[in-house]
Ligand binder design. Structure first.
Ligand SMILES: Cc1ncc(COP(=O)(O)O)c(C=O)c1O
Length: 384
């Protein structure tokens, strides 16, 4: 963090936190330190960097920036969101148990069930928007509660503060981890609400331009911080300096982008809610959404993700997803451009035939920051 920086508001921290003029040249933008290793003037006598898996100045700037935005003590950057999630789960041991939300990104479910379960970690999936379900599924060996809020793709809202209270009141110490990818720290700050760790796919809104894959963990507790730093280096799923630079560059405009994403998504959600062909709309700030009241307490605005189903079912959902012209048919989310997809066949294919399966008639939109009238016209013509 720039030591000379005065206390700042979020938008200012997006642009400045972690970034000082380069000490050798004065470059205002953090350089891409494209090096794997660093000269030592004597054995063990170096300037804080030995090898780029362990540390790289471009990555250091990104990590300090992410820590500041989430109000954490430390941040660690990873090669992908999945690498960050995997690293958090490596805090656990065989025989440990995790309670996880039952509407999570398909890749998270795949990692839990097809990789980590084989290493002796057990998972129970609950509707984490229901506090009673979270509470009654805690076991003596539960070590971690995994939340996505808003969740992917049904935009369910879980009460972070209440769940943190439940977890921290158990005799064993239960960690609360929030995947904050959909909200970003601009809309919601889980650590402030009591969570222990925040994880991101920085691929999405943080980087914001669909041109880089990355992940991050931010936390406060020093003991976990040291273990996560050890794991980051020991496992080595780190991002390269160019990727760190792109992510830093994207974050500079996070606040303005998120305002526009939310504004556009709210308009899209209202449009869909009154469309005769639409069965149900899922958007956290939409009147009638089961978590709307909590979302308005916990989040600054509703974010850019909207899901919906059609009265005419799955075949029609595929037809609509293949008929938009501005909304590009693609996986991923959070870029400036609008995307459309059918989760059951695309991002959440790994949950098919599982208790987490998504119905095939669901369409998910990542609403971009284009002119909203153009987006509404595109959806209108696709629904015709
Ligand atoms: C909520 C959420 N978490 C994690 C991930 C995984 O991130 P990545 O694709 O960067 O590995 C995704 C990817 O879509 C996601 O949507």
């Amino acid at each position: 963090m720039n030591k000379n920086l005065p206390a700042t508001q979020f938008e200012t921290a997006c642009i400045h936190a972690g970034q000082e003029p380069d000490p050798t040249t004065g470059a205002v933008m953090t350089p891409i330190y494209q090096t794997s290793t660093y000269h030592q003037r004597g054995v063990g006598k170096h300037k804080g960097y030995e090898y780029s898996r362990t540390g790289n100045p471009t990555r250091t700037a990104l990590e300090a920036n992410l820590a500041a935005l989430e109000q954490g003590q430390y941040g660690y950057a990873f090669a992908s969101g999945m690498a960050a999630i995997d690293t958090i789960l490596r805090l656990l041991s065989p025989g440990d148990h995790v309670v996880a939300g039952n509407d999570v990104y398909g890749g998270t479910y795949r990692l839990f069930e097809q990789v980590l379960h084989r290493s002796g970690i057990d998972f129970t999936y609950v509707d984490s928007s229901d506090l009673q379900q979270v509470k009654t599924n805690l076991l003596p060996n539960t070590r971690l509660i995994w939340l996505e809020t808003p969740s992917n793709p049904l935009l369910q809202i879980s009460d972070i503060a209440a769940i943190a209270k439940i977890a921290h009141n158990q005799p064993q110490s239960i960690l609360v981890v929030v995947d904050n990818t959909f909200a970003t720290p601009y809309l919601q700050q889980p650590l402030v609400l009591g969570a222990d760790l925040v994880v991101h796919s920085t691929t999405k809104y943080l980087a914001g331009h669909s041109d880089v894959v990355g992940g991050a963990i931010v936390g406060r507790d020093e003991i976990f911080g040291q273990r996560l730093a050890f794991l980051q280096n020991a496992v080595g799923a780190v991002p390269g300096p160019m990727d760190c630079y792109l992510t830093l560059r994207g974050i500079k405009t996070l606040a303005v982008r998120m305002d526009r994403h939310s504004e556009n998504a709210m308009r899209v959600s209202n449009f869909l809610a009154y469309h005769p062909k639409v069965k149900q709309v899922y958007y956290p700030f939409q009147t009638g959404h089961s978590g709307a009241e909590l979302a308005r307490q916990q989040m600054r605005s509703g974010g850019g993700m909207v899901s919906f189903t059609l009265k005419d079912g799955a075949e029609e959902a595929i037809r609509v997803a293949e008929s938009t012209r501005l909304f590009s048919l693609a996986e991923s989310l959070g870029g400036v451009e609008s995307l459309i997809e059918v989760p059951a066949a695309m991002t959440h294919a790994s949950t098919v035939s599982s208790p987490l399966a998504i119905t095939p008639d669901l369409i998910r939109l990542s609403v971009g920051i284009e002119n909203v009238e153009d987006l509404l016209a595109d959806l209108a013509q696709a629904l015709e």
